[in-house]
Design a binder for this molecule. Structure first.
Ligand code: 13P
Length: 260
């Protein structure tokens, strides 16, 4: 891997595990940190972040949020700002997840505003992009991903995308379906994402950006996916909810990437 690329394996718990269950997971977690070329972390629901901050540090896990608002403070009932997350010790925020885009009507321009706020607050960002099954069947997957990426990145600079942003390629048809993208499909899209970044920020930038894959990642398919050079790690949903399964995914990735 070149430049600042890091093997990053994050769990997205979605709307699972309140504070008690989340604490139980972290207390059971026993995998040692894998050194500075690999970062592992969990994004629990907002209410479970507070009790996890100290344990996360102790266990070498990065703590993430699943959303944030773009304003620093104000009359935005029910929202939580990126600055508040940073203040409490959160490391990264997931933005642009297909569930936010499709179930909550977030478009790429709205996501770009949040991304700017998150970077300003000092958070790292996992920016998700991915096509629906219909778009893939129409042969439009690259067009869709390129449009999403370009619009969601907004005014992000070259340094910011290399140093502080992870792109997560998550095809919608692979999320929670048990049907992962094949290594060939994922590899092709990851290489394409790097081309889009090259076009936008100059040749050679794409190979320096960390690009994760997400969508039905589990212990039985993680090795073949991790063996693709362009896949730098994973954003794991369902399989990150059990300590043994998530630890297995991490161990297997580290073995394939020769970091263990
Ligand atoms: P699953 O791993 O459950 O398919 O979810 C993937 C995902 O949406 C991670 O953000």
């Amino acid at each position: 891997m070149t430049g600042r690329r890091t093997v990053r394996i994050y769990g997205n718990w979605k709307m699972h595990k309140g504070p008690e269950e989340a604490l139980d997971f972290f207390q059971k977690w026993s995998l040692p940190p894998a050194g500075n070329r690999c970062e592992c972390g969990i994004a629990p629901p907002f209410v479970s972040l507070v009790p996890l901050v100290h344990l996360a540090k102790e266990k070498g896990l990065k703590l993430g949020a699943q959303n944030c608002h773009f304003e620093e403070k104000g009359a935005f009932t029910g929202e939580i700002s990126a600055f508040m997350l940073k203040e409490m010790g959160v490391h990264f925020v997931i933005l642009g997840h297909s569930e936010r885009r499709l179930l909550f009507g977030e478009d790429s321009f709205f996501i770009a505003k949040k991304l700017r706020a998150a970077l300003q607050a000092g958070l790292e960002v996992v920016l998700c992009v991915g096509e629906t099954l219909e778009e893939r069947e129409q042969g439009r997957e690259k067009e869709v991903v390129s449009e999403m990426l370009n619009a969601s990145l907004g005014d992000v600079t070259r340094d910011e995308i290399v140093e502080r942003i992870t792109i997560a390629y998550e095809p919608v048809w692979a999320i929670g379906t048990g049907r992962n993208a094949t290594p060939g499909q994922a590899g092709e899209m990851h290489a394409f994402i790097r081309e889009v970044i090259d076009e936008r920020y100059g040749a050679g930038t794409g190979t320096q950006v960390t690009v994760q894959y997400g969508g039905s990642v589990k212990p039985s398919n993680v090795e073949e996916l991790a063996s693709v050079e362009d896949i730098d790690g994973f954003l794991v949903g369902g399989a990150s909810l059990e300590t043994e399964t998530f630890a297995d995914i991490i161990e297997k990735t580290l073995m394939v990437k020769q970091l263990r």
